[in-house]
Design a protein around this ligand. Structure first.
Ligand SMILES: Nc1ncnc2c1ncn2[C@@H]1O[C@H](COP(=O)(O)OP(=O)(O)OP(=O)(O)O)[C@@H](O)[C@H]1O
Ligand SMILES: [Mg+2]
Length: 507
């Protein structure tokens, strides 16, 4: 029976140090289709794919490719046999060029004989075929997170695989790039490639999938053709109960002006120009924009993580400094970064360390020593409040699922008791149930008089969560709209307003 499928996974079990995270899981992928793998954070999706890809070895179970059983010993083995994968967390060599990153380890002829010209030409041809506009010679650290993600996707495609696993490929892409990715996926489908697609974004699942398989707590729940599914039925399979609303009621009531930003511009590219706005106490202000619009740069500039060319920041009408993140934290700002791997987590440290690091001075006793007990208590409270799925607080953060890592980082900033929260894509890679919890948390904080700025590429999230939405375009502020009165069309229109302007020339 497994002959009919391009890829067939049967009865896979996997434990980590005695904890079973996959229990008898199956998955069958048909040729030329997209098979979405869904489940809450920590359900076991990435682990299953890592068993397939030869990163982990399953305790039990079999893999068949076109009817033939195989068991990859490592990723290289998998790549050589027609299975490639884009990982949830980017793992690239930032100091090397795009071309190097794509061909790393694949030109086995020894350094002297690497054919640079061919590598460049092959990269160019690959990008052309995929309709990508990235310079193959640029070093990776000059690219935005989303461009780097596209490079990683192109790399996976370049292996001419029969099966491509995409583990949350769109987590850092904006709408335009997602469309581009979907074109690439359709092209691959037409060539007979099978795609395993992991995403928490429902809109995407319905746009791109043929079949959907759901895991819950490491168990196989079921597989259905997309035509037979609704968002509600998927959520029900994922969480085992109905989730009535996607967004909690907005109970926060914006008060007087809390934060004022005046004529904010940055000194170094990517530039932002002359941004002024007010944030009210208890308000949730969304920030929309296309990739490269300067949303991340703006909140980093407010937080002192980027050098300002001009601009004033006032809290309750009083000018404050925020020249460095340390000052900003002292002024009770908190910043949740977009790219948790790079600037957010300390992978080889445990949850306790990762939870308390931003606030470490609060845990010192009079002699200056850290009070372990208090750190542990607070960490346990966060694990409970945020429902972080982990055996205990001593786990290394890198062994948590992606979404649960994100929750640890949010918890970290909440422990600093901030007044003004700057959240960059706070629910990226987080499942629907946990998203609801995070929305609830944000609304609760706002109701208590904290003020929140949320950068998001998910339109439903901006429309469902915020009071007002600032739209950025090419480094400029294109406008601020009331969430209740605006439409998606208006926001898109604003987002493309300054696209013809050059970013490098000052305002
Ligand atoms: N190397 C590891 N060591 C110990 N536990 C691990 C390891 N890798 C994963 N786990 C655990 O296995 C479970 C499944 O994790 P996995 O990463 O597969 O979840 P996921 O479905 O991909 O979630 P997400 O949507 O958050 O990415 C989690 O409880 C996680 O903590
Ligand atoms: Mg995962």
């Amino acid at each position: 029976m497994e002959k009919d499928y391009l890829l067939s996974i049967q009865g896979v079990c996997k434990s980590f140090s005695g904890v079973q995270v996959l229990k008898d899981v199956c998955l069958d992928v048909r040729k030329g289709t997209v098979h979405s793998l869904m489940g809450e954070n920590g359900a076991g999706k990435s682990t299953l794919m890592k068993c397939l890809f030869g990163i982990y070895r399953q305790d039990k179970g079999q893999f068949f490719l076109e009817g033939k059983e195989f068991n990859f010993t490592d990723p290289k083995h998998a790549l050589e046999n027609g299975v490639s994968m884009v990982h949830q967390e980017l793992n690239q060599v930032l100091q090397r060029t795009v071309t190097d990153n794509i061909w790393l380890g694949r030109y086995p002829k020894g350094r002297l004989f690497v054919d640079e010209k061919k590598m460049y030409a092959d990269t160019k041809a690959l990008f052309d075929r995929l309709g990508m506009d990235v310079d193959p010679q640029i070093t990776l650290n000059k690219l935005s997170v989303s461009q780097r993600q596209m490079v990683e996707i192109a790399k996976a495609v370049s292996y001419d695989a029969k099966i491509i696993v995409l583990d949350e490929p769109t987590s850092s892409l904006t709408e335009n790039e997602v469309e581009k990715l979907f074109e690439i996926i359709r092209l691959l489908k037409s060539e007979g490639v099978g795609i395993v697609y992991i995403s928490h974004k429902m809109e995407e699942i319905f746009e791109i999938s043929d079949d959907v398989t759901v895991l819950r707590d490491g168990h196989y729940i079921g597989t259905e053709a997309i035509e037979n599914l609704t968002m509600e039925s998927i959520v029900n399979m994922m969480v085992g109960r109905d989730l009535e609303h996607r967004f909690p009621p907005r109970t926060n009531v914006p008060g007087e002006v809390h934060l004022s930003v005046r004529n904010l511009s940055t000194r170094y590219a990517p530039l932002i120009h002359d941004i002024s706005f007010d944030l009210r106490r208890g308000e949730i202000l969304g920030v929309a924009g296309l990739v490269g619009a300067g949303r991340t740069e703006m909140i980093e500039a407010i937080f002192g993580a980027r050098t300002r060319r001009s601009g004033e920041i006032l809290v309750d009408g009083k000018a404050i400094d925020n020249e460095t993140p340390t000052q900003a934290i002292r002024n009770r700002f908190a910043l949740l970064t977009e790219e948790r791997r790079e600037t957010g987590i300390y992978p080889v440290a445990d949850i306790t360390f990762n939870s308390t690091i931003a606030n470490v001075n609060n845990y010192r006793n009079k002699a200056g020593f850290l009070v372990d007990r208090k750190m542990k208590e607070d960490t346990d409270v966060q694990i409970r409040n945020m429902r972080i799925k982990t055996p205990n607080r001593r786990e290394l953060i890198r062994s948590l699922s992606g979404g649960n890592q994100q929750k640890v980082i949010i918890g970290r900033w909440l422990l600093t008791d901030p007044d003004i929260l700057l959240l960059d894509e706070p629910t990226r890679g987080i499942d629907v149930g946990a998203k609801y919890e995070i929305y609830q948390l944000i609304i609760e904080l706002a109701s208590k008089g904290k003020s929140v700025i949320v950068v998001s590429s998910e339109m439903p999230e901006l429309l469902g969560l915020t009071n007002r939405i600032m739209v950025m375009s090419n480094g400029y502020m294109a406008g601020i709209v009331n969430t209740e009165e605006t439409t998606q069309t208006e926001i898109f229109h604003l987002a493309s307003m300054h696209l013809t302007k050059s970013r490098e020339v000052g305002a």
